[in-house]
Design a protein around this ligand. Structure first.
Ligand code: ADP
Ligand code: MG
Length: 248
């Protein structure tokens, strides 16, 4: 059974990106990348360090503009376009802000009234298992908890697309596994307020467990060199007992 719909949330067409180097030279990182993220799918991105995976995610998030090519968010049925949030490997929290304030930052760019902002931030904090830590500062938290703050900040805007850049790789094995399981549980229970995930990982097992398909990125310059379809019960097939067996 597949619930994947064919509607795409974002299309990358011929995306090229080069970083400037001292002396005017260029480092070509992304070369002619084509990629589509559809509704309700989880896609993994594997590739060597330095192959341009983070650059690709930042391009989709709109944090960098591609040198050429296009990142297109097609109109959805209701006329709106997919929104994107990102979770970073190094968490990227503001150390001088509390957990609650860090999560509220996610809503800062939106015109959300303060009370509404607080309400939504508290809901995201609760969802991600940080209840009781609202007034803590990042330095008082473990790595796993800090990444939960990063996740809450990303989820608070109810994005269609969640981009995760090696979200568990700064964590020890057990912490990573706990966070991954918690995320999968939210997904299974239908409480993740998102449609699709694009995640960078170095962990094949994690990719197979979480993803519908895995894109393998080549380096120098980066482009999608292979695609692996994962044929296992998927998180979104919540009723599938096979999936529970897989995660437990
Ligand atoms: P990955 O995430 O796959 O490890 P990155 O996208 O971080 O790869 O980096 C791809 C290449 O671009 C690397 O060689 C890296 O050193 C270089 N690079 C990344 N960010 C910048 C930057 N802001 N300025 C210049 N070079 C960069
Ligand atoms: Mg990276």
């Amino acid at each position: 059974m597949t619930l994947v719909q064919d509607r795409s949330l974002v299309d990358l067409r011929g995306v090229r990106h080069a970083y400037g180097k001292p002396g005017g030279a260029e480092l070509l990182v992304l070369d002619n990348v084509d990629l589509t993220l559809k509704e309700k799918e989880v896609v993994g991105l594997l590739g060597r360090s330095g192959s341009g995976k983070s650059t690709l995610l930042r391009t989709i998030a709109g944090l960098i503009a591609p040198g050429s090519g296009a990142v297109v968010f097609p109109e959805k049925a209701d006329g709106s376009r997919a929104t994107v949030s990102m979770v970073f490997q190094s968490f990227a929290l503001f150390p001088w802000l509390t957990v609650l304030q860090n999560v509220e930052v996610g809503l800062e760019a939106k015109r959300v009234a303060p009370e509404e902002r607080r309400r939504r931030a508290l809901a995201a904090i609760d969802l991600i298992g940080l209840d009781g830590f609202e007034s803590a500062y990042p330095k008082e938290l473990s790595g796993g908890m800090r990444q939960r703050v990063g996740l809450a900040r990303a989820l608070v805007v109810d994005p269609d697309i969640l981009l995760m850049d090696e979200p568990f790789s700064a964590l020890d094995v057990l912490t990573a596994e706990t966070l991954r399981t918690d995320l999968l549980d939210l997904w299974i229970e239908g409480r993740m307020p998102i449609s699709s995930i694009l995640m960078v990982t170095h962990n094949i097992e994690e990719a197979v467990l979480m993803c519908d398909r895995i894109l393998v990125f080549s380096s120098n310059p980066g482009r999608v060199a292979a695609e692996i379809k994962v044929d296992l019960p998927r998180p979104r097939d919540r009723q599938d007992p096979g999936f529970r067996m897989l995660v437990e």
